[in-house]
Design a protein around this ligand. Structure first.
Ligand code: GLU
Length: 509
């Protein structure tokens, strides 16, 4: 095995990639890049029954959108390929056979019906049926049956599965322990006697997840397995498999669960719909039911915000810093700083990140997105739109918020906030607005500074009081007592439009 760090993200294409899957991919990516290593995408599609059309493409699109593309994977740098397990089918049987030869695995001929009877019997006794050292001698397998009988059955083409002999009574007695050090969880230890003899190879000629996963990690020279905590129960079997094959065991890091916003229970795929936020990076339409699930991308989140947010689900740099570019994350990321305890998913926090990254986006690029969303902007100069965005984006979390915050830069208000009108328009307002119009008309060089100096100068020298002018002025321009600096608004919409709006408001309020 080379010393280069090689990690893999190994999703099963059974549906869209859940946000937790993206976090796993991200941690693999950060770890790989930090160590100048390789980030591999492997599609674990051995379970044909659970295969979902379009899911693999979705995974690739999601990684690309998040800016964490894989270095090796289906269709890309296929040195260790193929990277789809369904295309590696022919490889696995040999390894299962090897384990039979070395005495670590055995043929089991029990039919589904027979196992069902066993299960029911255990249930009746209030026990859970488990196929392992304590009963394998009484079941139908190559340990309990005679050599001749086994050969006869195999030659006969009887259906069988290959099971792993978890506890080897001959060599280990009825006790055995598997322990290792997980990078996140520290020392972990498992008692072999409570574990079952897992199926490695199925009667349909396909390996199970466990066998394929270990064989591929070995053949692809994976050095670190970074995956969700839900795989921790599989760890003893995986380690036992490495030992049985006499292969070097990679290092393991099991990432903490992602919890619901309440902190209670695991965040599930269904929670998004229930709690009103996306749990998928991209929108997804279920090919069978046509049901649409929301995605962060389509909801207006920036990939930078999502990555920054996900990085903090289970990891933190140990400092106060919260804003990290991808480059900074790569530098700061440290698997040993990943927490054991579950990470609470806080949908407000990702909004906070989005607001931050919104401020960092180029206004010209934001203008392009905004323009494409609103027909009212189709004929408006993109540069003007970008300037408007510069004035209002401080208060926006999404591009979707722009129109609400800026429509008056593009169209004359037709309605005026009622409460504000009462507050702003007094008896002497018409007179004041008339004078204001002449002040504005006489501003020769129409700049924000000149507007400010002339209007403020006129107010002070006539002892009018700012509110008396500014409130009706703002209401006329915006339709409400909101928005950025009034002088910026006047400058942006121009002299003629400003005067038009002041006059229009007087006629309408
Ligand atoms: N195919 C497994 C999954 O869907 C991979 C687990 C692992 O990383 O070993 O998550």
């Amino acid at each position: 095995m080379s010393n280069n760090v090689r990690v893999r993200f190994a999703p099963s294409p059974t549906g869209p990639l859940h946000i937790g899957g993206v976090r796993t991919a991200l941690f693999n990516y950060l770890f790989a890049k930090k160590h100048n290593g390789t980030f591999i995408l492997r599609i674990e599609d051995t379970d044909q029954n659970r295969y979902v059309e379009g899911a693999e493409q979705y995974i690739v699109d999601a990684l690309n959108w998040c800016n964490i593309p894989f270095d090796e994977g289906p269709g890309k740098n296929e040195t260790f390929g193929p990277y789809r397990q369904s295309e590696r089918k022919h490889l696995y049987k040999q390894y299962a056979d090897d384990l039979i030869v070395s005495g670590h695995a055995y043929y089991a001929f029990d039919t589904a019906e027979e196992l069902d009877v066993q299960r029911k019997e255990s249930e009746a006794k209030g026990e859970t049926f488990i196929y392992n050292w304590h009963n394998r001698q009484q079941l139908n397998n190559s340990i309990s049956l005679s050599k001749e009988e086994v050969e006869k059955r195999l030659a006969n083409g009887d259906e069988y599965v290959i099971r792993f002999k978890m506890l080897d009574l001959k060599n280990e007695g009825t006790h055995g322990t598997i322990s290792t050090t997980d990078i996140v969880r520290g020392h972990v230890s498992f008692q072999k006697e409570v574990l079952d003899d897992k199926v490695l190879f199925k009667s349909d000629g396909m390996p199970t997840y466990h066998l394929a996963n270990i064989v591929d990690d070995h053949l692809m020279e994976i050095t670190h397995v970074i995956r969700g905590e839900e795989w921790l129960p599989s760890l003893p079997l995986h380690i036992a498999l490495y030992q049985a094959f006499k292969w070097r065991t990679p290092e393991f890091a099991h990432l903490p669960l992602i919890l619901k916003p309440t902190g209670k229970g695991k965040l599930s795929k269904r929670d998004g719909d229930k709690l009103g936020f996306p749990v998928f990076p991209l929108e997804w339409t279920d090919p069978k039911t046509n049901e649409l699930s929301r995605g962060y991308k389509e909801d207006g989140y920036f990939p930078e915000a999502m990555i920054n947010f996900l990085a903090f689900l289970g990891w933190n740099p140990g400092t106060e810093q919260e804003i990290f570019t991808l480059e900074e994350l790569i530098k700061a990321f440290d698997l040993s700083k990943v927490n054991k305890s579950g990470a609470r998913f806080d949908p407000d926090k990702i909004k906070w990140f989005n607001h931050h990254y919104m401020q960092e986006q180029h206004n010209v690029e934001l203008a392009e997105i905004f323009k494409s969303q609103r027909s009212e902007l189709s004929t408006i100069d993109p540069e003007y739109i970008a300037l408007v965005i510069g004035l209002i984006k401080e208060r926006a979390t999404f591009v979707n918020d722009f129109w609400e915050l800026s429509h008056y830069f593009f169209v004359t208000p037709t309605t005026y906030d009622e409460k504000a009108s009462k507050k702003a328009f007094k008896e002497d307002t018409p007179e004041l607005m008339k004078s204001l119009i002449s002040v504005i008309e006489s501003v020769s060089d129409f700049t924000v500074e000149n507007l400010q100096t002339d209007i403020k100068g006129w107010i002070t020298s006539n002892d009018i009081g700012f509110g008396k002018v500014m409130m009706p002025l703002r209401l006329s321009l915006v339709g409400a007592l909101q928005g950025p600096d009034v002088f910026d608004i006047i400058f942006m919409i121009g002299k003629t439009e400003t005067i038009k709006r002041i006059e229009k408001a007087q006629n309408n309020i």
